[in-house]
Design a protein around this ligand. Structure first.
Ligand code: SAM
Length: 323
């Protein structure tokens, strides 16, 4: 057990808030503090102390040694950098709405991905950031204000109550959907995978509880995707969870796909092609090879939290043959 526990140590990832600064300036800041700027690497297992490197897959993401406490760092205090795990930066990067887009962040609080979207859009266009938890939405309001996001409107309520026919949302082309999930991929919640102290009875009970919980969550997640499909101008829907369970990931996407004629999954080439860990094919009837269009991250192998990302795109309209 201790071997697994010890092996799950992830680096300190920092996302550069490009609304306020640049990656060059952040690197210079750490160099001035005695850090060495090293080449990007796949080997994140043993990062030397006082080194900084750019991430190999995502722009504006820097990697420092694990357990670095940056809470007193000037760039953290000014929101020039955001402490955000690499895996959690993948959804907004894949969404990448062009400048001036209209975007819905359907489950937005506390706002890490909202502020990432805002930075990618360079504060142009409009993001409606929705969440039904008032306390968390207040955290989002605070975060976006401090991070300098000026294109975000926070909305308190359920995404399921947002009317897709409302004129206000008629130009929404992009939806980020990061719904509540089991959180089973988050490193400090991974203990459930290695807890062997339970009696058989306790273990059966918690298994039953887990199954029921996953069923409830996956029904909710599916409902959220089907609701996102209803927005008439939406071109791209990025779905993500910080869960490692297929019930909340491959299974949900497969069921949603089976209920739409309007959306397909983005091709592997359009969704971080350099990332090799893809969906789990054996979890679904994968005769169409859709699992390779998903992204998975694994704490043990990728040195990030466990995440899942899928991207729906609207099918191209076929020209009508009038002959
Ligand atoms: N995207 C956020 C970020 O990156 O900071 C994290 C989102 S968290 C995984 C899921 C959020 O979904 C929670 O804040 C929860 O309150 C919200 N939520 C749950 N059901 C919702 C619904 N029906 N409509 C809108 N938000 C919902």
């Amino acid at each position: 057990n201790s071997e697994i526990r010890e092996s799950i140590v992830i680096p300190r990832y920092i996302r550069v808030n490009t609304l306020k600064t640049s990656i060059k300036k952040v690197i210079e800041h750490f160099q001035a503090k005695g850090f060495t700027h090293e080449e990007p690497t796949d080997d994140l297992k043993s990062i030397r102390p006082k080194t900084i490197r750019e991430d190999k897959h995502l722009p504006n993401l820097l990697i420092l040694p694990p357990n670095m406490d940056l809470h007193e760092d000037a760039l953290y205090l000014s929101d020039d950098i955001i402490l955000q795990d690499k895996a959690s930066c993948i959804p907004a990067f894949i969404c990448s709405p062009p400048l001036n887009s209209h975007v819905i962040d359907a489950c937005a609080a506390p706002g890490n991905k909202t502020s990432h979207l805002s930075a990618i859009m360079q504060n142009t266009g409009k993001i409606w950031a929705i969440d039904l938890d008032k306390h968390r939405l207040n955290l989002l309001k605070n975060l976006i204000q401090k991070a300098g996001c000026k294109n975000v409107e926070a909305i308190y309520g359920s995404f399921l109550d947002i009317d897709p026919m409302d004129q206000k949302y008629s130009s929404v082309g992009y939806i980020l959907l990061d719904p509540s999930c089991s959180g089973s991929g988050i490193i400090n919640r991974l203990d459930h995978l290695i807890d062997t102290s339970k009696t058989q009875e306790q273990s059966d009970l918690s298994h039953k509880f887990k199954e029921q919980r996953l069923e409830n969550l996956s029904e909710f997640q599916e409902k959220m995707i089907l609701h996102a499909f209803k927005f008439r101008s939406v071109q791209k829907i990025v779905y993500s969870t910080c869960s490692i369970y297929a019930e909340e990931n491959e299974h949900v996407i497969k069921r949603a796909l089976d209920q739409t004629d309007l959306f397909v999954l983005a091709n592997k080439d359009d969704i971080l092609p350099s990332w090799t860990r893809r969906g789990i094919s054996s979890e679904i009837n994968d005769d169409k090879g859709i699992a390779e269009k998903f992204i998975r991250t694994s704490p043990n192998e990728d040195y990030t939290n466990g995440f899942f990302v899928a991207c729906f795109v609207r099918k191209a309209v076929q020209p009508i043959n009038t002959k």
